[in-house]
Ligand binder design. Structure first.
Ligand code: CTP
Ligand code: MG
Length: 552
């Protein structure tokens, strides 16, 4: 949709927009040459973009040219795109916030005959066209940007046409990762919700976290949001030692948790009652981390709004940093996440399954144990931190470096194929019964408590990230690692086929539904071990670590 936009805009909305577009392009180009930015810098930029954007429900026959011409009367449009989700929508980013105000001046309140309406004006609008006999007859001419991933069968076919497993892994990453447009939409939804929350807390922000921003999100993943009240002025202002001063009278509660619950309850109620497009609002306030869950229909996002989750914000930043350090990190994480989903090791329903977050930490840990390591330990990242990076949240040390230029990586030239194979071997033989996965140390530690799978939370070190996982699920994971390792060692399933026929091979074979092992088929294979290597892999299932990877 952004292709040829210069010529297009030139024709329909005049040269100003083109100038803005060219500047934007130049900026994007320079951004590419820039040093990688820490997540908080990316966030500031994206939030600011979102504030200048509106979301417009369009009818299917919308004429792109007329639409842009109409909107550009309010100011220069910097970027826009169309997408489909229960109808056609457009995200329009203006160059200035004043344009949104100007657009609000002109927009009307719907006149409804039977229903009554809540007169809350949001930046979610509908395009009306009362006079257009012409547009009804016309075919729509805009192109929609996909907001969901291709189905697994199509992915398997696509991967089968690649020429190496390394290419398959990068191709999978490209097909699954969030697009520029999807990422903008996520920030826009946060910004729309913030508009409601500021009615109570004018200085608050709503920030996305988790896979929406950590670099490991797949198109269609949920939108985790944090209602941030830390930016409210006055938290850290010291009372003068002498003379008169004023302080706010504020309502008190028994605990911070209580405050979080009441804020989320009220904001959740407003989202439910007033925010257009938000449906199925559930307040889950008694959870360990209280949240409001709902579906934002215009974007199609399943949203979780939390309010007291600062440590999760830090783990999001950490994952983002690791993902930016070496391109192999994201490719391996995407591949393992996709493989796990294809075999129902992970699920969208909460339960005893391994979560994507746990899986990601397992991949990071594995990469730390390579020789030489591909990514540094969290302790090392803490050592590199400067004074501005210092962060202690509820007594937990969350300090780590944010400046990429301070991080020196060691030279490791292993291919993605090798890493994938080694990943499966590593966890097929890992001493889960005794050891805990620890990315702070980059070495397996003795388990501090009984749990089938123990992954130390990187910041709240007394917590186990995978506390929910039961023995059956861990065994399924191990059995599938064994099977996938075995498959990757078979030369016939591991050779590129004729590109035209697209017969599954390599990574594509690992994703095939017919390969779902479960414990049953694992038992079947036990009777016919293919080689000494497989036998030793199977031994590890019984809790006898043949090759304990205690730190690599
Ligand atoms: N989180 C955490 N500890 C957990 C679970 C989650 O700190 N036990 C934090 C992580 O920062 C995680 C975020 O909360 O990224 C959101 O959790 P979740 O939605 O479960 O995971 P995502 O990483 O967003 O992955 P998904 O794509 O499955 O949503
Ligand atoms: Mg999530």
């Amino acid at each position: 949709c952004f292709q040829n936009i210069d010529t297009f805009l030139c024709r329909c909305i005049g040269t100003n927009a083109v100038v803005a577009r060219n500047e934007a392009t130049r900026k994007d180009e320079t951004d590419e040459k820039d040093e990688r930015k820490p997540l908080h810098a990316v966030r500031v930029e994206r939030q600011e973009q979102a504030e200048r954007s509106v979301l417009i429900s369009c009818h299917s026959g919308t004429n792109e040219k007329k639409f842009l011409k109409y909107l550009s009367r309010h100011g220069v449009i910097k970027k826009y795109f169309f997408y489909e989700s229960y109808g056609v929508y457009a995200v329009v980013e203006f160059a200035n916030r004043e344009s949104v105000a100007s657009l609000f001046e002109e927009a009307t309140i719907p006149s409804v005959s039977n229903d009554s309406i809540v007169p809350f004006k949001s930046r979610l609008l509908s395009l009306r066209n009362l006079s257009s006999v012409d547009s009804l007859n016309k075919q729509s001419d805009y192109q929609c940007q996909p907001q969901t991933t291709i189905p697994i069968n199509e992915l398997i076919q696509k991967l089968s046409r690649e020429e190496s497993i390394d290419h398959q892994m990068t191709s999978l990453t490209e097909a699954y990762q969030l697009t520029e447009e999807n990422s903008r939409l996520r920030f826009l939804v946060c910004s729309l919700l913030k508009d409601i929350a500021v009615a109570y807390f004018p200085e608050c922000t709503i920030k996305p976290f988790g896979s929406s921003v950590n670099g490991f999100g797949k198109l269609g993943c949920d939108l985790d949001m944090f209602l941030d009240l830390d930016g409210i002025h006055g938290w850290n202002v010291k009372m003068p030692k002498s003379g008169l001063s004023l302080e706010f009278q504020m309502k008190r509660a028994n605990s911070e948790r209580g405050v979080t619950q009441s804020i989320l309850s009220v904001v959740g109620e407003c989202v439910d009652q007033f925010e257009p497009g938000c449906v199925g609002v559930q307040k889950i306030l008694n959870a360990r981390c209280p949240l409001v869950r709902f579906s934002h229909q215009p974007s199609g996002f399943q949203c979780d709004l939390t309010a007291n989750n600062r440590v999760a914000m830090k783990s999001t930043e950490l994952l983002y940093l690791y993902g930016e350090l070496d391109p192999r990190v994201r490719s391996l994480v995407f591949t393992v996440r996709c493989w796990a989903r294809a075999h129902s090791i992970t699920s969208s329903i909460p339960g005893a399954w391994i979560t994507n977050f746990s899986l990601t930490i397992m991949v990071l840990f594995f990469l730390q144990t390579r020789r030489p390591p591909i990514i540094p330990t969290l302790d090392h990242l803490r050592e590199l931190a400067g004074p501005a990076d210092k962060s202690v949240i509820e007594g937990n040390d969350c300090t780590f470096v944010s400046d990429f230029s301070k991080i020196q990586l060691q030279t490791n030239t292993e291919t993605l194929e090798r890493l994938l194979c080694e990943f499966f071997d590593f966890y097929a033989t890992f001493a889960f019964s005794k050891m805990s996965i620890n990315i702070r140390k980059g070495k397996a530690q003795n388990k501090p408590e009984v749990a089938p799978l123990h992954i130390q939370n990187p910041f709240e070190t007394s917590l186990n990230v995978s506390k929910n996982v039961n023995t059956t699920q861990l065994q399924r994971f191990v059995a599938l690692c064994q099977e996938s390792s075995w498959l990757l060692h078979q030369s016939e399933s591991n050779m590129p086929r004729d590109g035209e026929t697209a017969t599954p091979w390599g990574l594509a074979t690992l994703l095939l539904p017919s390969q779902v092992t479960g414990i049953k088929s694992c038992k079947k294979r036990r009777q016919e071990p293919a080689s000494e290597r497989i036998r030793s892999l199977l031994e590890s299932l019984k809790g006898v670590p043949v090759l304990p990877h205690q730190g690599g």
